[in-house]
Design a protein around this ligand. Sequence first.
Ligand code: ADP
Ligand code: TRP
Length: 342
Amino acid sequence: MEPTAKKPRILSGVQPSGKLHLGNYFGAIKQHIELQEQAECFYFIANYHAQTTMRDLADKMSAEQNRKFKAADLLRQNTIDVALDYLALGLDPDKAVFYRQSDVPEVTELAWVLATVTNMGLLERAVSYKEKVDKGIEASVGLFTYPILMAADILIVRSNVVPVGKDQVQHLEMTADIAGKFNRAFEKNVFPIPTYRLDKESKVPGTDGQKMSKSYGNTIDIFAEGKPLEKTVMSIKTDSTPMGQPLDPAPCNVFALYSLLATDGEKTVLADMYRTGKTGFGGAKKMLKEKIDAYFTPFRAKRKELAVRPDTVEDILRDGARRARIETQRTMETVYKATGLR
Ligand code: ADP
Ligand code: TRP
């Protein structure tokens, strides 16, 4: 009999940088949650990464809302919020190892070791650093060396596959480069070379038709409900075809969002209603809001239930870190040996 193939090890991280939206859900989270059934998954909240932009975010929010936001409070709150979101959306801590990055100190320890084999030129080519600095974020050393910390996240648990969005591909290429350089430098195969897996829905449209993103202010939050959700859905941009005229579903943002939530049969029904003029955009938006409610109501209930049990969430994250550290300490042992640190 063939030996059973070992399940691939999958890892991904999410920055705690604000409320998660439908783009994050259909672009990333939904797949992360499905993967926990098929592979050995490690998911973590990248709070060290978020530190590179948290003071900037606090300043921005303070200016917009005319009250003082402190970076430390914001990081703490956003971290818990992301944990609640993932757990409510179906992350099962018995299946996936779920932790907070800063609870696993081997990550930053490895980041130093990797920094000593990382070429300055490699970091200088990073697009994401330049984009963030162009947006006005402080050009800190931490922001510059962000890709090394990300390589450490991935290599510390010896992951094989990293599901990410397109914007993270360069970071994955850098990780593969750093891992190869380390293995060659110390003549040991300490790190498997990881590959990336592109998220399926690469462009969920926002309320203005551009890609949904926090930075464009066009998001529909996963856990919005009631009046605020209604207001957001009603604000989705459409063309100005008058009521009763046939509509084309293909370029319509409302139809695109509805399609993410509906069955094939439901999509055909709405498409026919568009083409025969049986619905205007207002009616379609109402159907979209109902679909969002139907899809997310059970998740909302779960989130509310968890939110009143902060100790449970804390216990889940601590236990995740404990399980992650079995692997991260094992990796560090081989790193100490390979490099002569011990
Ligand atoms: P934002 O653009 O709101 O800051 P992030 O960059 O934090 O979102 O995205 C986290 C992950 O969510 C990305 O790697 C990507 O896979 C996914 N994602 C974000 N926005 C979208 C979108 N509009 N469509 C599809 N996937 C998205
Ligand atoms: N850089 C990723 C983002 O901004 C988050 C992240 C940090 C990550 N470490 C990671 C993703 C490791 C995958 C693997 O979305």
